[in-house]
Design a protein around this ligand. Structure first.
Ligand code: HEC
Length: 151
């Protein structure tokens, strides 16, 4: 080899490269700008919906055809994968549950009062996920109108 000292020089370079004072490196100190805002669901910035299971809630959405239509669209997007529809129960995901999620389109939900229904899917229970943070208050009442109908 014509330059036998080269590996030695490289070795010294690599070994000394990490010897800078770490104290002087660029770093963001606690509370220093720019600060990231908290994740949307971490801090209630717009006031929080107060929901207590069993406490009466009144449905502010008139049970109109438009409301039920909106509820139907929301149902297809958020619920049908597990609960299925009138003609396809249980659906793709629901079919893998044992036992499968109850069929919500067979009419048995008419037996629940609106508040109970609203709270069941807002707060979730057992294997049923909560939708309080996923859907607006208004949309959840549209869903209630749809769920209790025959549409
Ligand atoms: C990840 C699958 C899944 C999704 C998505 C889902 N559910 Fe459920 N749901 C379940 C399961 C499982 C149960 C049964 C809970 C148990 O017994 O643990 C259930 C139960 C329910 C019940 C109680 C039914 C009864 O007969 O007592 C209601 C009401 C309900 N879900 C509404 C909804 C609504 C409305 C949506 C959409 C906004 C929805 N669910 C989305 C899985 C799901």
């Amino acid at each position: 080899m014509s330059k036998p000292w080269l590996p030695l020089l490289l070795g010294i370079f690599v070994m000394t490269a990490g010897c800078d004072d770490m104290h002087d490196q660029v770093a963001i100190q606690p509370q220093e700008a720019p600060r990231l805002s908290a994740p949307a669901e971490a801090v209630p910035v717009t006031g929080k919906e107060r929901l207590i299971f069993g406490q009466q809630q009144n449905n502010p959405q008139a049970n109109s055809a438009e409301s039920r239509q909106r509820g139907a669209a929301l149902y297809t997007i958020n619920c049908a994968t597990c609960h299925g529809g009138k003609d396809n129960y249980p659906n793709q995901v629901g079919g893998h549950f044992n036992p499968p999620p109850p069929n919500l389109r067979d009419g048995h939900l008419a037996g629940y009062d609106e508040a109970t229904l609203y709270q069941m899917f807002s707060l979730g229970f057992g294997r049923m996920p909560a939708f309080q943070l996923r859907l607006s208050v208004e949309d959840r009442w549209h869903l209630v109108n749809y769920l209790r109908s025959d549409d």
